[in-house]
Design a protein around this ligand. Structure first.
Ligand code: SF4
Length: 234
């Protein structure tokens, strides 16, 4: 079981200074020791999708199945998210999926591994990977799934329940917009302003699976994603 720590060295030192592609980052992330979560998890679960994706989804952390397969959003919550993406008429070919924290945090109970929400120390430690991913991506819409991802990108005061489904300017709505404002444009170290985009927060698909009224929670998720789909079309 991953013990709780107050501090962690953070991922920054594991990020190659001249990573040119998401594949470079993905390869480097396999060796990350930026917090203690790597010790009990099976492997790093990095983002997946095309660098040219129009929509970037940011979730919380890999779950049990994602940890085993090494891919994000392949468990029950991921299946539900894919259904919601279809129902919202978002093109699944234009999506990049990642998580705020890239190792599975869990508590071992007998043979079962029970999901544990990452602490602030894990979110902070892992954030450099998220910033590095965004440097390679040029989304038109960023979809934040749940409170952990919202904390990682928008800061601790953002409340998903209050502002879900609302289109916000990106990266201006980030807690540290300067981390996302300038992006590399060539291999010689050139940078330019990131193309303007929008951000939308909604609930995590796992919250739909836990809801008392799953149909209603699912409808809410689809409604929020439909806002994102319209933003792309508009
Ligand atoms: S959770 Fe993030 S910071 Fe911690 S070891 Fe894994 S990749 Fe590194």
């Amino acid at each position: 079981m991953a013990e709780q720590t107050e501090t962690a060295p953070g991922a920054q030192q594991f990020i190659p200074p001249r990573a040119d592609t998401l594949d470079d980052l993905r390869a480097a992330a396999t060796g990350c020791r930026g917090c203690e979560l790597y010790r009990d998890a099976s492997q790093t679960v990095f983002g997946r999708g095309d660098a040219g994706a129009r929509v970037v989804f940011v979730g919380e952390q890999p779950g049990d199945m994602e940890d085993q397969k090494g891919l994000p959003f392949v468990g029950p919550a991921g299946r539900l998210l894919r259904r919601a993406v279809d129902d919202a008429r978002l093109d699944p070919g234009h999506i990049y999926l990642t998580n705020a924290v890239k190792h599975f945090r869990f508590e071992q109970r007998g043979k079962r591994r029970i999901h544990q929400t990452p602490d602030r120390v894990h979110i902070t430690a892992c954030r450099p990977w998220l910033v590095a991913e965004f440097a390679q991506l040029r989304p038109e819409v960023v979809v934040v799934l749940g409170a952990t991802a919202a904390k990682a990108l928008l800061g601790p005061t953002f409340r998903v329940t209050r502002q879900r489904g609302e289109l916000l300017p990106w990266p201006e709505s980030a807690q540290h917009p300067e981390d996302f404002r300038r992006v590399p444009v060539d291999a010689r170290g050139g940078v330019a302003d990131a193309p303007p985009a929008r951000l939308l927060a909604t609930i995590h698909p796992s919250a739909v699976l836990r809801a008392d009224d799953q149909d209603k929670a699912y409808e809410g998720l689809v409604a929020d994603l439909t806002v994102a789909a319209r933003a792309l079309a508009g």
